[in-house]
Design a protein around this ligand. Structure first.
Ligand code: G3I
Length: 341
């Protein structure tokens, strides 16, 4: 909890957080749940209040960008680990775990990759996965090994990796990562897979086949970038079917955007979506973590990507708590025995 009085409140629906309230991470511990946030490393360095919230409210952190390949190896063969190391050191100092995001993706890859001939890509990808996972061995609890490899219709996404390496690149990536850090939990991660739908059916078929082949995959990450108009309805059922395969699950990038401007009705609707996402995770054995993709609107990625939308996080631009913060706090306040198998 930040010291001193919370800063201005921007509307009647948002409220300061009482200094006496227990930190969210303390409430989440009652459920054996890691409560996480994506971290903007620039804000972490420059904004004291932001840093204090990350340090005190959350028990897991994810670099919003700094563990992506373009950031780690901007020039071929020359790694820049500094920013990622900063986050690892911060997490260690605050007794937090780290989610690693992400090893194999079609976005935020280094520009030099585009110049390589297709027959070099397999070796280069293996080197990237293993160099990165080894570099952080023992420091990362969950790795997003493969990110967003499935299309909306459930087929494999047409990416540089699928074209050059065929569908086997996914199993290979998990095997390479497991060799490099046998203790890390390895996740497949995607968006628009909150509900039981064509895309999550495709992910289900993919991970079922991987488990059948004894590929070292340990979990499915459901990103949960949601909006107040489009709340998931079958998340509990969907998480349950992955649990039935013997896999962990995690909500990895939660936010709930709305058409701007925000108003009290939209903020209450948003709180309901956050609450239902959290409940689905709490009700699913093996749902290990609930990570928000940023916790305060000032640094959210949403307005830059969705024109006219925003206010997606649990705190407003001034660190005042929205109804969504209260909803998470209230649900986490109900104690209970460990849910983990
Ligand atoms: O690194 C450059 C920097 O040098 C430059 O000064 C700056 C100017 O705009 O741009 C910087 O890169 C930006 C980068 O974020 C770091 O701030 C990119 O333009 C911008 O596109 C990038 O956006 C990120 C996006 O992933 C890229 O795909 C968002 O911050 C990040 O929140 C978002 O996260 C993704 C997850 O990784 C996967 N799931 C979806 C989620 C939301 O899109």
């Amino acid at each position: 909890m930040p010291d001193g009085p919370p800063v201005p409140v921007t509307g009647s629906a948002v409220a300061p957080v009482a200094a006496a309230e227990p930190p969210l991470r303390q409430l989440a511990a009652r459920h054996d749940l890691d409560l996480g946030t994506a971290v903007n490393l620039t804000a972490l360095a420059d904004d004291d209040v932001y840093r204090e919230w990350v340090a005190t409210q959350f028990d897991s952190v994810t670099a919003e960008n700094e563990m992506k390949w373009a950031e780690l190896e901007p020039t071929r063969g020359q790694h820049d680990w500094d920013r990622a190391d900063e986050l690892i050191a911060f997490a260690r100092a605050n007794r937090q775990t780290v989610r690693g995001h992400t090893l194999v993706w079609h976005n935020q890859n280094p520009a030099w990759l585009a110049d390589l001939p297709a027959d070099e890509l397999g070796a280069v990808l293996k080197d990237h996965v293993q160099t990165t996972v080894r570099r952080f061995r023992g420091e990362i609890r969950q790795w997003d090994v493969v990110n967003e490899a499935v299309e909306e219709d459930g087929s494999l996404r047409d990416t540089v990796w699928l074209r050059a390496l065929g569908p086997g690149y996914i199993a290979d990536a998990f095997r390479w990562a497991h060799e490099a850090d046998p203790d890390a939990l390895l996740f497949y991660n995607d968006y628009d897979v909150e509900d039981v739908n064509a895309k999550s059916d495709g992910v289900y078929d993919l991970v079922q086949e991987l488990t059948r082949q004894d590929v070292p995959i340990h979990g499915v990450g459901v990103q949960a970038h949601c909006s107040v108009e489009r709340a998931p309805r079958t998340l509990r059922e969907n998480l349950g079917r992955f649990a039935d395969l013997g896999l962990h699950t995690a909500l990895t990038e939660v936010d709930v955007r709305m058409a701007m401007p925000a108003d009290p009705v939209k903020l209450e609707a948003q709180a309901n979506v956050y609450r239902s996402l959290l409940r689905a995770c709490l009700l699913t054995p093996g749902c290990l973590s609930f990570t928000v993709w940023g916790y305060m609107d000032k640094y959210s990625w949403v307005p830059g990507w969705f024109e006219g939308e925003g206010a997606a996080d649990i705190l407003d631009e001034n660190f005042a708590a929205k109804p969504a913060h209260r909803a998470l706090r209230d649900d986490l306040s109900f104690g209970g025995p460990s849910r983990r198998d």
